[in-house]
Ligand binder design. Structure first.
Ligand SMILES: O=P(O)(O)OC[C@H]1O[C@H](O[C@H]2O[C@H](CO)[C@@H](O)[C@H](O)[C@H]2O)[C@H](O)[C@@H](O)[C@@H]1O
Length: 258
């Protein structure tokens, strides 16, 4: 059956838009090792151009720490939300994190590491305020992780489970990408703009709901259903091409205005 969602026309983005971009699976192709990802050639220049054309209203919104995003994207000045909204660098460059109970986090971390060690080939990614179990290299463990993860997190009331693409993440309760996007939209330079969010995974659905409730547009990357999105792009390659087309459209508009 063909996908009922259409591709987004680049003209959807205007100078009054704000652009929110997920990283893995949207800007970045998946890799077995979370540390082994890299943006395709030319993407950082494209994002720099869009950041400028949108008056700074472009932000990365990721499950990764902001520090990890900075390493991958060459330490840009762009606003960013990391660890599903637990940390945020706002439009003025200020960085803030949500406080986490360090004792509960330490106990959770120990249980997650023990779970990973018991399943050969399952990777543990320790991200300071959240922890993830990855099964991309051993997808045969996915069903077992899906069974164990809810029981594991139930012992830690301050934390919740965020499933994703071949990953089970344990993060402090109450924070998600929707909370992060709403916070950006209440501040300059995002305030008053129409939000447009691109993402591929379950965690992005929180942000899709947030932008739609503010009159914005959600664009799903890939084919995952169900979704709050109304447009789709097939892959990170298609996202890169689309972002280039958006940049060209914005620059033509600026040239025509002079
Ligand atoms: O919100 P995102 O920017 O999409 O981040 C979500 C998680 O992405 C990373 O994991 C995913 O990508 C890895 C590298 O390609 C892949 O190995 C893994 O299977 C994917 O789930 C990242 O490692 C996590 O920390 C992010 O939360």
């Amino acid at each position: 059956m063909s996908d009922p969602l259409p591709p987004p026309p680049p003209e959807l983005v205007g100078t009054g838009s704000a652009l929110f971009l997920d990283a893995d699976g949207t800007l970045l192709d998946f890799a077995d090792d979370p540390e082994a990802v890299a943006p395709p050639a030319g993407m950082i220049a494209t994002l720099d151009g869009l950041h400028e054309a949108l008056g700074g209203a472009l932000a990365l919104v990721s499950g990764r720490p902001v520090e990890g995003l900075d390493r991958i994207f060459g330490r840009p000045a762009w606003p960013a939300a990391g660890q599903h909204g637990l940390e945020r660098r706002d439009g003025a460059g200020r960085f803030a994190t949500v406080p986490v109970d360090p004792d509960e986090l330490a106990r959770l971390r120990a249980v997650v590491h023990a779970t990973g060690e018991a399943l050969a080939g399952v990777r543990v990614e320790d991200k300071s305020w959240s922890v993830a179990l990855h099964c991309r290299e051993r997808p045969e463990h996915e069903a077992e992780l899906a069974r164990r993860a809810p029981a594991l997190v139930a012992a830690f009331p301050g934390f919740e489970l965020q499933p994703g693409n071949r990953v089970f993440e344990f993060k402090p309760r109450g924070m998600d990408k929707g909370v992060a996007v709403r916070a950006f939209l209440d501040e300059r330079p995002f305030r008053g703009r129409t939000p447009i969010y691109l993402g591929d995974d379950l965690t992005d659905e929180h942000a899709f709901a947030a932008v739609r409730e503010r009159g914005g547009i959600a664009i799903r990357v890939g084919e995952r259903t169900p979704t709050h999105a109304t447009f789709t792009l097939s892959s990170p390659n298609a996202v890169h091409d689309w972002l280039n087309a958006v940049k060209t459209h914005l620059m033509q508009g600026a040239a025509n205005a002079t």
